[in-house]
Design a binder for this molecule. Structure first.
Ligand SMILES: NC(=O)c1ccc[n+]([C@@H]2O[C@H](COP(=O)([O-])OP(=O)(O)OC[C@H]3O[C@@H](n4cnc5c(N)ncnc54)[C@H](OP(=O)(O)O)[C@@H]3O)[C@@H](O)[C@H]2O)c1
Length: 335
């Protein structure tokens, strides 16, 4: 089997899981280069990895570059992503710098791999909440068009990064020692609280950047801009794995049993739906697994052809690192 020169750019929460998953999935690696802003040695599962400072030359001879760096003008994708792709490397970007560009395929391999052109340059990984919601919704959409979605997210602190995970852990320690609980990553205490603000509020229309991203990305991936979407993104005191409540209105009647059957056959989805036995998706069970869990599938009585569901998925795995690696695996298979 052909082996590839692979780069991981950024070795924070997502980059670290990227390295773990590349090894766990036996990705055909010829060489692995870890790039970041600062040079150092990173230890992952007892193995030391040299981390090099990213430069334009870092991508010479590289076949796949998984970008897991900070977003924005000073971030790795903006600085190096396009040039690396132009130089012949296939770039798979976790951030949102290029997701909405019309020439950039926004891909969930189980759903729309066909949008990747013959000569892949830069491919974008969708936002974690978009991926987790669509893993449940797209198989249903392919059988019965969706008219309207109401989505409420319950997003883990790992989605903010390593500092937020430490903040929740520290607040828990402080509270248990009856010490003062302080916050620096979030504007409010996250322990014993929920914060209905994920991302930022830029244009004062009341929507958060996370809500806008999720809405636009669902339209782009399904290729259906007629779907009406209302969503509220909420940070909750969960360490890892996002959950989403979905109320969906379909064009034609759909019954919970039929939806369960469709989702049972969907790749990357595991139906956990036996309320009488207390079985439903929970972030604690979705963390550290590859499938997205879907359950609480029931009729939404408030509209005609309505269905209510609940899903939980690992935001760092399927919501980021795993999805990116699956895109590369798809390309290797296609070759
Ligand atoms: N966390 C999630 O749930 C999640 C889900 C989906 C997508 N994403 C996206 O994935 C990306 C990574 O997220 P994260 O949570 O892993 O971030 P993070 O923990 O903050 O790590 C960011 C990494 O990027 C590196 N970096 C920053 N600027 C750079 C530059 N100009 N050149 C090279 N490297 C640079 C940093 O290097 P140093 O370590 O040397 O400073 C660091 O290793 C972001 O775009 C994020 O939006 C995250």
């Amino acid at each position: 089997m052909k082996k590839y020169n692979v780069g991981v750019v950024g070795i924070g929460v997502v980059g670290t899981e990227m390295v773990r998953l590349l090894l766990r999935r036996n990705f055909p690696i010829k060489s692995l280069k870890i790039l970041a802003k600062h040079q150092r040695i990173e230890t992952i599962d007892g193995q030391d990895y040299p981390v090099e400072v990213t430069t334009g030359a870092s991508f010479e001879g590289m076949d796949f570059a998984f970008f897991a760096g900070t977003e924005g003008d000073k971030g790795a994708s903006k600085e190096f992503g396009m040039a690396a792709a132009m130089g012949g490397c296939t770039v798979i970007d976790n951030g949102d710098d290029y997701r909405m560009e019309s020439w950039v395929p926004l891909v969930i391999p189980e759903i729309n791999p066909g949008v990747i052109g013959q000569y892949p340059g830069l491919i974008a990984n969708p936002n974690c909440s978009t991926i987790i919601a669509l893993m449940a919704l797209a198989p249903l959409y392919s059988k019965n068009k969706i008219r309207r979605i109401i989505a409420s997210t319950y997003q883990a602190v790992s989605g903010t990064g390593a500092k937020a995970v430490s903040e929740l852990a520290q607040q828990t320690k402080s509270w248990s020692r009856t010490e003062e609980v302080s916050s620096s990553v979030y504007p409010h205490q996250i322990l014993f609280n929920v914060i209905p603000a994920v991302g930022s509020f830029v244009d004062h229309n009341g929507e958060s950047t996370e809500e806008i991203k999720m809405r636009r990305e669902i339209h782009k991936i399904l290729g259906d801009y007629s779907i009406r979407i209302s969503n509220t993104c909420v940070r909750v005191p969960v360490l890892n794995a996002h959950s989403i409540s979905l109320n969906v209105e379909f064009e034609n009647p759909i019954f919970p049993q039929e939806a369960r059957k469709i989702l049972h056959g969907a790749p990357g989805v595991r139906v956990v739906d036996d309320v009488m036995a207390d079985q439903y998706p929970m972030p604690i069970n979705a963390s550290g697994i590859e499938d997205v869990l879907v359950g609480r599938i029931r009729k939404d009585q408030s509209v005609e052809n309505g269905l209510a569901l609940w899903c939980s998925g690992d935001n760092i795995w399927k919501g980021a690192a795993l999805n990116a690696i699956q895109i590369a695996e798809y390309l290797i298979k296609r070759r």
